[in-house]
Design a protein around this ligand. Structure first.
Ligand code: PLP
Length: 410
């Protein structure tokens, strides 16, 4: 059973940051649901509340929207489902236009998968050598040539994209901007939280992320029409979750009588609901999120300082705050990566391949589009690896990890 380390429990017995226990000294991901959170959840369940999606979900959505600074948030059962609904909402609201989308080479498979599943045309974009997000110059060229109606950015492992050129292009060409923040909770670009730049943004609450609802995700938007589509898409395409006035209007338009309301299906939907159990846990975890973010930002900055001149890594824009999920270092070659990884393993420091490296070299993509080659995405594929960042890790721990990397990197 997860326990807070004794020095992290406040006098009143409640949690203090950091919120986790250390299962192993340098794990990449730690369980962010400690015993105190499970006790609170259990106490709530002893009241025999409704467990399917209900009032706790609504409360969590409201609190999340307020925390992020957006008008609307819709909870779903994973970050991948959040990504799925972003695409689907553009389709059902009639905003997907030519159904052509620019996707980033570095990120996550399910950020791109809906484009393939829904039969959109996807065009892959080179990664930025600075942020590892989308490369603004490559994006400019692609937009000029392909004229996509949608662009997706991923804030890779928490490092914010350089948003100004992307927003400038959006203004000029008028495309939809989808923002995947599934591993970037609380990161800020020029003082503004990621997840507030796009028409829609997505977050994940899976294990090892900044906070966890076991499984869970959130789609966010300021756009009321998109919000209504997300509500319908999440639950079978029915009208039931819409505001009453909107339901009444759609009912009238459909020519059906009010008796049909509970089962009136307006659009082709899914069932990607979470439960009130997940939402309750989310509300408990959200109370600590700012402390967690501060700790992750501090660790990330310590990595940057400790590895400067030692090895490659993402260079965020000046003044950006990086609440990373893991720190991505990039060796000069696969051979150098192997040497460093062996040294890390000897010291029991958890490490792993940098998720996908270049997604354009994975079968889900190559089967349809062939292999995507680009210098930065390939460098991430050949040399990228993870170093731990989590809320149980201290700056001293980070320093020790940097020392190991430094002596192995030669
Ligand atoms: C960038 C990104 N998008 C989407 C996801 C999917 O989130 P989930 O695991 O909750 O489906 C992840 C998972 O880590 C991710 O890193």
């Amino acid at each position: 059973m997860n326990e807070y380390p004794p020095d992290m429990i406040s006098a009143d017995g409640s949690s203090a940051a950091p919120s986790t226990f250390k299962s192993r000294p340098y794990d990449l991901a730690v369980d962010t649901i400690p015993k105190a959170d499970l006790d609170e959840l259990t106490a709530w369940m002893q009241e025999y509340p409704r467990l399917t999606m209900w009032e706790e979900t609504t409360r969590f959505e409201r609190e999340w929207a307020e925390w992020l600074g957006v008008k609307h948030a819709v909870m779903v059962n994973s970050g991948s489902s959040a990504d799925l609904l972003m695409y689907a909402a553009l389709d059902t609201s009639g905003r997907s236009g030519n159904r052509k989308v620019v996707v980033p080479a570095s990120g996550w498979s399910t950020t791109i998968a809906p484009a393939l599943q829904f039969g959109w045309q996807a065009v892959m974009c080179e990664s930025s050598p600075e942020t590892f997000g989308i490369d603004p110059d490559a994006l400019t060229r692609l937009i000029d040539k392909e004229r996509p109606d949608t662009v997706v950015v991923v804030h890779v492992l928490g490092v914010p994209n350089r948003m100004e050129p992307i927003l400038e292009l959006k203004k000029q060409y008028g495309f939809n901007l989808l923002e995947d923040c599934c591993a970037a909770h609380g990161s800020r670009h020029q003082g503004r939280k990621v997840g507030t730049f796009g028409d829609l943004s997505s977050f994940s609450f899976y294990y090892g992320h900044h906070m966890s609802t076991v499984e869970g995700g959130m789609v966010c938007t300021d756009d009321e029409e998109l919000y209504h589509h997300l509500l319908m898409l999440r639950s079978h395409g029915w009208l039931k979750d819409l505001p009453v006035e909107k339901t009444a209007r759609l009912l009238e338009e459909s020519g059906m009588d009010a008796f049909h309301t509970p089962f009136l299906f307006a659009i082709p939907g899914f069932n990607v609901r979470a439960t009130d159990i997940n939402a309750k846990l989310g509300r408990i975890q959200l109370r600590r999120l700012d402390e967690v973010v501060a700790r992750r930002c501090k660790n990330h900055a310590a990595y940057q300082q400790g590895l400067d001149g030692v090895i490659g890594y993402a260079r965020p824009c000046e003044g950006d705050e990086v609440s990373s999920i893991s720190f991505c270092a990039v060796a000069d070659s696969s051979a150098q990566r192997k040497t460093i990884v062996e040294a890390l393993v000897r010291e029991q420091i958890d490490t792993r391949l940098f998720t996908a490296g270049n997604l354009g070299r994975h079968p889900f993509w190559t089967r349809k589009y062939g292999v995507f080659r680009a210098p930065t995405a390939d460098a991430l594929y050949e040399g990228g690896f993870f170093l731990p960042n989590n809320q149980a890790l201290s700056v001293d721990d980070v320093q020790k990890i940097c020392d190991v990397v430094q002596s192995a990197a030669g």
